[in-house]
Design a protein around this ligand. Structure first.
Ligand SMILES: [Zn+2]
Ligand SMILES: [Zn+2]
Length: 306
């Protein structure tokens, strides 16, 4: 009887709460998608991952063959069977895309490819697409480039349905924009449909751009700035990379988690932070053959009831 066993009821509640909270931490890696996208969810499952990223198309090319109906079915079926929902999947768009460059022809090509990738997301049943904001290439001002990026995102969102563009912060290498949260907020301020734009924070990029998340204070300061400029609800994913280069170097070189300048403590803090619940947390580190162990270790750091 319920009245005589309140402890049992309480224990049951704790177990289900623990299950829900554990499930909310989606940890994975950027996996392969060759010869077909259907490989990606299977590779992720083999790593013991609960999230994954992959390339929808050849990231170095302007055009890739359309998916066959068999590719699409096989991807969707694998995700369903292996338990990957759209909230756990953050595909990465092609590197050739530059929405903020000075050349109108290249911008048009970039916009076309972004639209193609957003449509591929819809075909695969996915909800978001990770995008590097763009680079001014030293030929136009940062502000001009930022408004071009927003203009092209608006055009791509107008030409598609549902899928959100998730802007990744950059290390600020070369003339790449999006190395400050204020720049990302600037782009987003011009985007008409705010429900279809978000941000993915890459820890190595943030550190290289000058956000010192290696220390407890620096970590707090980084998120305080994020919340003040962008707002906490804009965060749609994270790339979990340590940095081979020092704070503020503006050089983008990923290191295995705990083996770079950011250090293990910072990643423990990040995984324990409720802010990282329910969004894909993706490794893009060079220790590919250790990803299975790293994912298991990161998942261990998330222990809400201990
Ligand atoms: Zn990226
Ligand atoms: Zn990244």
């Amino acid at each position: 009887m319920f009245f005589f066993a309140p402890e049992a009821v309480f224990a049951k509640k704790c177990i289900s709460l623990h299950f829900v909270m554990t499930r909310l931490k989606f940890i994975g890696a950027h996996v392969g998608a060759e010869p077909s996208v259907a490989v990606a969810p299977r590779e992720a499952a083999a790593l013991g991952a609960s999230a994954f990223a992959f390339n929808l198309v050849d990231p170095q090319r302007w055009a890739s063959p359309a998916y066959t109906p068999a590719d699409v079915d096989s991807f969707r079926m694998a995700c369903e069977q292996l338990g990957f929902s759209p909230a756990q999947i953050l595909p990465h768009s092609a590197f050739v895309i530059n929405l903020g460059g000075p050349d109108p022809r290249k911008r048009a090509m970039s916009r076309r490819l972004l639209i193609d990738e957003l449509r591929r997301c819809s075909l695969l049943g996915l909800a978001m697409l990770n995008l590097h904001p763009g680079a001014h290439l030293g030929k136009i001002s940062e502000d001009e480039s930022i408004s071009l990026i927003a203009e092209n995102i608006n055009a791509a969102l107008d030409a598609t349905e549902g899928v959100a563009v998730v802007l990744e912060n950059t290390a600020g290498q070369g003339s790449n924009l999006g190395y400050t949260f204020a720049q990302l907020a600037g782009i987003i301020s011009f985007v008409h449909d705010k429900s279809r734009v978000g941000v993915c924070v890459d820890t190595a990029h943030a550190f290289a751009a000058g956000y010192d998340l290696s220390s407890p204070q620096g970590y707090q300061d980084m998120w305080a700035e994020f919340d003040a400029t962008l707002g906490p609800s804009v965060l749609r994913g994270m790339h979990i990379n340590d940095s081979q280069r020092a704070l503020g170097s503006r050089i983008d070189r990923h290191a295995p988690v705990g083996e770079g300048f950011i250090g293990e403590e910072a990643f423990r803090r990040l995984i324990a932070d409720p802010r990282t619940d329910g969004i894909p947390l993706i490794l893009e580190t060079p220790d590919v053959d250790r990803w299975r162990q790293v994912i298991a270790r990161l998942a261990e750091w998330h222990s809400p009831h201990e």
